[in-house]
Design a protein around this ligand. Structure first.
Ligand code: FMN
Ligand code: 173
Length: 397
């Protein structure tokens, strides 16, 4: 076995013995509760919350309950094969950190800590274009990490192209274009808190380091001063979101970069088809963790039809609602080539910086490994034969 994350169970157990459980629980629901203690109320509900009445956030989780594994016993010893390569990024398991903007609000070490942990565990990380640290700082903090760069296409397409060129120069290996967030979702909790995380200048590292963005800021204000940051946040609101976007955007973007371009935020098979027709190298099935459109379908429910439509032409990735190694196994079993983990890594970061991120990832990886061993699955392909609808549930849809 190339990796043995299951031994990490012993580390988690030892931490439990030392009384660390309340701080860094292995139970994902308790992890969210623990993170609540470390974050100001407005920030916690920004992170944990979702669009509208939270129906899609809940549906993302409920969807996992409609699938189960039928394990096979006494498998002849076969080495577990989790090592994966996607677009030249090698990873020790098909688990990727999802782009989470504003990580610097959760912990001063921000995205740099997460990138180092991902690198040390052999996982890839997707950096948000709304990162607190600039994309160059994150790449510099974790040399050798497998990094992808996520782009919310700004209204100013030159600015988007400029950030993509910087990412390519800094060694990022893929561009992930998010298409479900051209406007911020209707998030009642944030509205009620009057919560705007950008007001503190966090989440702007990559923007502020961009010559095109900086050039648009007032020259008469001291750089870094409060009014300067306020002007930067206002400028960010001006450029954020590109309502007029069509699939032809992918053709233009591919002119600006030689990197593989992925689309993130697909639920309908026809969108996957169109994106492939416009040359994308991969599709991320996601509803943005239920943060954008309440009542959009649970991401896991959307996965099988997209996998069928794509039919192996490009890799299909998945996120939204993944909380455990067993969840990862189900998504892989339903045809995902890799799975992105969102809120949990940010919770780990909020609680204990790099150590917290490491804790969260080792729990997911250890449980994934154990789930595969106990199912008799040596490969992701084996999992595809083991995932089945839970009786009377998946069939009802
Ligand atoms: C606080 C927060 C910030 C996020 N920022 C971004 C972002 O900047 N870009 C992006 O594409 N997705 C962003 N996402 C969405 C995640 O990449 C991912 O799709 C989602 O969190 C997956 O759902 P999960 O949290 O249930 O795992 C963000 C999610 C959260 C919770
Ligand atoms: O809140 C989000 O879901 C999100 O995608 C985002 C976008 C920009 C900055 C921070 C978060």
């Amino acid at each position: 076995m190339a990796e043995s994350w299951y031994t990490m169970r012993d580390e988690v157990f030892a931490d439990g013995l030392r009384g660390r459980v309340p701080r860094l629980p292995a139970d994902p629901a308790l992890l969210e509760e623990a993170a609540r203690q470390y974050l100001p109320a407005g920030l916690f509900s920004f992170v944990a919350g979702g669009a509208g009445g939270g129906r899609t956030v809940a549906a993302n989780r409920a969807a996992f309950d409609r699938w189960e594994l039928t394990p096979r016993m006494m498998p002849a010893a076969r080495p577990l094969r989790l090592r994966t390569e996607l677009w030249g990024t090698g990873m020790s398991a098909p688990v990727v950190l999802a782009p989470i903007g504003l990580a610097g609000l959760a912990h001063p070490d921000g995205e740099a800590a997460a990138a180092r942990v991902a690198r040390d565990l052999g996982l890839a990380m997707t950096l948000s274009n709304s990162s607190s640290l600039s994309l160059e700082e994150v790449a510099g903090a974790a040399p050798g990490a497998g990094l992808w760069f996520q782009l919310h296409p700004p209204k100013d397409e030159e600015l988007g192209a400029s950030m993509v060129r910087r990412a390519e120069k800094a060694g990022y290996q893929a561009i992930v274009v998010t298409v479900d967030s051209w406007a911020r979702g209707w998030r009642p909790a944030d509205l009620d808190h009057g919560y705007d995380p950008f007001l503190r200048g966090q989440g702007m590292g990559t923007f502020l380091a961009d010559p095109l963005f900086r050039r648009s800021l007032p020259a008469d204000l001291a750089v870094g001063s409060e009014p300067w940051l306020a002007a930067a946040a206002a400028r960010w609101r001006e450029v954020f979101g590109h309502p007029g976007l069509s699939y032809a955007y992918f053709d233009r973007l591919r002119e600006a970069t030689g990197l593989p371009v992925l689309i993130k935020g697909v639920l309908h098979p026809d969108d996957a088809e169109q994106a492939i027709a416009h040359g994308v190298s991969g599709v991320v099935v996601s509803n943005h963790g239920g943060r954008q459109l309440d009542r959009s379908t649970a991401a896991l429910d959307a996965l099988p039809a997209v996998v069928r439509q794509v039919a192996g032409r490009v890799p299909v990735l998945f996120d939204s609602g993944v909380r455990s190694g067993a969840d990862v196994a189900v998504a892989l079993g339903l045809g995902a080539d890799a799975v992105l983990l969102g809120r949990p890594w940010l919770y780990g970061l909020a609680i204990d910086g790099a150590e917290g991120v490491r804790h969260v990832l080792r729990c997911v990886l250890a449980e994934l490994e154990l789930t595969m061993l106990m199912s008799g699955a040596a490969t992701v392909g084996d999992l595809r034969h083991m995932v089945a609808p839970a009786p009377g549930r998946a069939d009802e849809r």
